[in-house]
Design a protein around this ligand. Structure first.
Ligand code: MN
Length: 257
């Protein structure tokens, strides 16, 4: 009965499908690490045939990219803290994790004022005072409107590294205390650009993945979601031993929300 109600609501438009995904494109920025480290590959597409002598009735492409290119999912084994998490690779995660309630914390004003804005426990508590407790099993997305940036402004690299918003270690601790299943960001990573200097470094990666939780990054259209009440759908590709995967991220949103 629940699913019958849902499919009727989708057909009538009272439940909308919102696309939270950037288009896979060779020009879309990927994370840049210090030069001594291995680097993330951009999206690449090569034409195999296009209704021509290579295949007269069909068109198709070979594609390649990093597991961490474009709008993508981070699995626990992506980080050293999560290397021994059971079922921590993309092919082994229980798919129930890929569909769930989503809470959106609007940090857009803070991120507009401060490119190094950090989400703190006080922001989470203020959000809960207005919208109720973050439920166990929820996805929590940090809205910054960072997805409106393009080109070099998206990575926002300077001599001292990237400058972009993300959660503080205390905020990640607070989200873990609430039993979230994952955390998502509009930026190129779940961590702030300057998170190498946090204690611990890269708290979203280190703490979330160490606890068997998941990450989403390069999200967009978070401004089209209500603070609470939407359903997130985010299944990564079933890559054997995969540390992450580009994916299509969707949200089901009630039109009245
Ligand atoms: Mn990643």
């Amino acid at each position: 009965m629940v699913l019958d109600t849902l499919t009727k609501a989708l057909a009538s438009g009272s439940v909308r499908v919102v696309d939270l995904t950037h288009t896979l494109d060779p020009d879309f920025p990927v994370i840049v690490l210090p030069a001594e480290f291995g680097q993330c590959a951009r999206f690449r597409m090569d034409e195999v045939s296009a209704y021509d002598h290579r295949g007269p009735a069909w068109k198709w492409h070979n594609i390649s990219m990093s597991e961490h290119t474009g709008t993508h999912f981070d699995a626990p084994i992506h980080w050293v803290t999560g290397r021994d998490v059971p079922n921590g690779a993309t092919d082994a995660i229980d798919p129930v994790a890929f569909v769930g309630p989503v809470c959106v914390i609007d940090c857009s004003a803070g991120a507009a004022a401060d490119e190094d804005f950090t989400l703190e426990p006080t922001h989470i508590e203020e959000w809960e005072a207005r919208h109720g407790p973050i439920p166990a099993g929820a996805w929590v997305l940090m809205r910054t409107d960072w997805s409106h940036r393009q080109g070099a402004e998206y990575l926002n690299l300077r001599k001292d590294g990237a400058h972009s918003p993300g959660p503080s270690p205390a905020a990640v601790r607070a989200l873990l205390d609430r039993g979230i299943i994952g955390f998502g960001s509009e930026c190129v990573g779940t961590d702030a650009g300057q998170a190498a200097h946090f204690d611990p470094p890269y708290p979203a990666h280190a703490m979330l993945h160490g606890a068997g939780k998941y990450g989403l990054q390069c999200l967009r259209n978070l401004d089209a979601l209500p603070p609470t009440g939407a359903v997130l759908i985010c299944p990564p590709l079933k890559i054997r031993g995969g540390t992450g995967s580009p994916l299509r991220v969707l949200a089901l949103v009630e039109a009245s929300a």
